[in-house]
Ligand binder design. Sequence first.
Ligand code: AGP
Length: 364
Amino acid sequence: EDAEKGGYPHYMLKEIMEQPRVLYETYTGLMSSRELEKAAEILASADHIFVTGAGTSYHAGLVFAYFMARIARRPVITFISSEYLAYRSLDHSNSALVAISQSGETIDTLQAVRSFKSSGGRVVAVSNVVGSTIPRESDTTVYTRAGPEIGVAATKTFLTQVLALTSIALALAVHTGSLTKAEYTEAMRELRNASHAASSGIDRSIRLVELLASSLRSKNNIYVLGRGLGVPLAYEAALKIKEVSYIHAEAYPAGESKHGPIALVEEEFPVIFVGVPPEDELLEKLQSNVMEMKARGASTIVIGTSSYRELEGVDFYIDVGNYSEILAPYAVVPPFQLLAYKLAVMLNRDPDKPRNLAKTVTVE
Ligand code: AGP
């Protein structure tokens, strides 16, 4: 087992560190197959597009919906796969479902696929396991090439899903004319740097995360707040922190924080802000949220792109470098994964096998 961990003390850390390589492999795999074109054809012919998944895969689905609106200019209906019954009475003959599951075996996501197909819909699966049930029952599959993920907490499969899903949004955009061929080529060339962005996110945060974890290890609650693309990344960050460290972490859209969550904030309450592009639209708004929290005595932390250095009232800052909107997730997410990992280790939890959790949930 030690050999399989490649010299790392845990699979989770090994899998976080593998991200630059598997992002590159996913990218080259997508570029040398016809998977994106097939997915784009199905989505282009649908009147309505849905996306579903559970846990981390659902969060990747939220990133997909964001880029579908921004890049492909198509609205997407998002739902957590265990809630598929809400849509069971719809006629799906002109709809497409993007079903995300790294294992390809999650029962709730499989039920959503079956329910959707039985009412005439077409399904695009996004999975990491060739030949698993969800890809077998779908019309086409876009594969991530993350290699086996052993740690129960999804890490490398999340960012490779984000890469595959962003590529699907771009492929649809060029298919339907929202992007010109030249713009598409340029965007795909940019996405090639996902791997470098992940390296930078890891390198720039690895030391600081240690300090941050020391100051957060004694906390009972943490808020993670973001805006725009930062919202699904905040959800994923909070899930990672809670599942491996058992510290209660809750994510909210930052703008929603004053509609309730702020009631809990008192002296030293940690609030982590996720800072992503477009900074010209989001920075000022996030500044107000930082000040609202600061005024209640919160410890304010930012993990974000370099532009967020301008924020006032921040106690601790991890600058991941400056990245465009489509590259930011790869730089911003690894610091959160490392933070969750460090907290688990400091608190003597086993990050690879968190209590009560199974890697793949096959019962409803
Ligand atoms: C992620 O860290 C979790 N362990 C969990 O939420 C997971 O993402 C979820 O069970 C979905 O799994 P899947 O991608 O294999 O369908």
